[in-house]
Design a protein around this ligand. Structure first.
Ligand code: AP5
Ligand code: MG
Length: 214
């Protein structure tokens, strides 16, 4: 099963993608996580991506597309994957379509997690992330067992550099201008599914399972 998660920054794409990956036994692929891992390792790619991410801008397609195509070509993607944060522009979607078609495969679902902008800024300031293993928490909705420490790997939790309110506003602007058009793009391909992302995260997941089948 090949799934794309759509939605504004902070809509819960990552939260739901991880649950989907666990339930259906497919890899969760987040371009944002790949960039953050590279920033942490201070690779050349990471340093370049950071200059865009810190401003709330998109990393250029030339850098992003290659990383994603290399990742989905790996053996563990043969039975499917859930993409979180890719595609984010129409050209990225077209490259993905072409790559999938060359393998005689198809994307099964594009799930749009719908959350109004007003809810997003509040959510993001409460998010805490583990840069070591990619786990995310929320100070109110999903607190870690021990404050500031990742339940999964024991490392320190941080507020992401791009989760400051002024950067979140910029990311929302970029989302509406460059990424939202993908909703119509996938609607035209008849694979778009919408879920209400303002519900409790377990209820959002239950709605997704109804779409995907148990
Ligand atoms: P990326 O890491 O993809 O960030 P994003 O899309 O901005 O999305 P987030 O990860 O911030 O939010 P999310 O939807 O995953 O929400 P989450 O589940 O964490 O990208 C970062 C940057 O990298 C981009 O700005 C860009 O620069 C670059 N980049 C990445 N991919 C790119 C690409 N393809 N092309 C170009 N550039 C790219 O949830 C948010 C919070 O809310 C959490 O605290 C969570 O616990 C909480 N929460 C989740 N669901 C609920 C719920 N139902 N109720 C209450 N709280 C909830
Ligand atoms: Mg995410």
């Amino acid at each position: 099963m090949k799934i794309i998660m759509l939605g504004a920054p902070g809509a819960g794409k990552g939260t739901q993608a991880k649950m989907i990956a666990d339930q259906y036994g497919i890899p969760h692929i987040s371009t944002g996580d790949i960039f953050r891992a590279n920033i942490k390792e201070q690779t050349e790619l990471g340093m370049e991506a950071k200059t865009y991410m810190d401003k709330g801008a998109l990393v250029p397609d030339e850098l992003t597309v290659k990383i994603l195509l290399d990742r989905v070509a790996k053996d563990d993607c043969k039975s499917g994957y859930v993409l979180d944060g890719f595609p984010r522009t129409i050209p990225q979607a077209e490259v993905l379509d072409k790559a999938v078609k060359e393998l005689n495969e198809t994307i099964d679902y594009a799930i749009n997690v719908e959350v109004p902008d007003e809810n997003i800024i509040k959510r993001m300031s409460g998010r805490r992330a583990c840069l070591a293993c990619g786990a995310t928490y929320h100070v109110e909705h999903v607190p870690p067992k021990k404050e500031g420490i990742c339940d999964r790997c024991g490392k320190e939790l941080v507020l992401r550099d791009d989760d400051k309110p002024e950067t979140v506003k910029k990311r929302l602007e970029v989302y509406h201008a460059q990424t939202q058009p993908l909703i119509e793009y996938y609607n035209k391909k008849n694979i778009l599914k919408e879920v209400d992302g303002t519900k409790d995260m377990k209820d959002v997941f239950a709605d997704i399972v109804k779409i995907l089948g148990a």
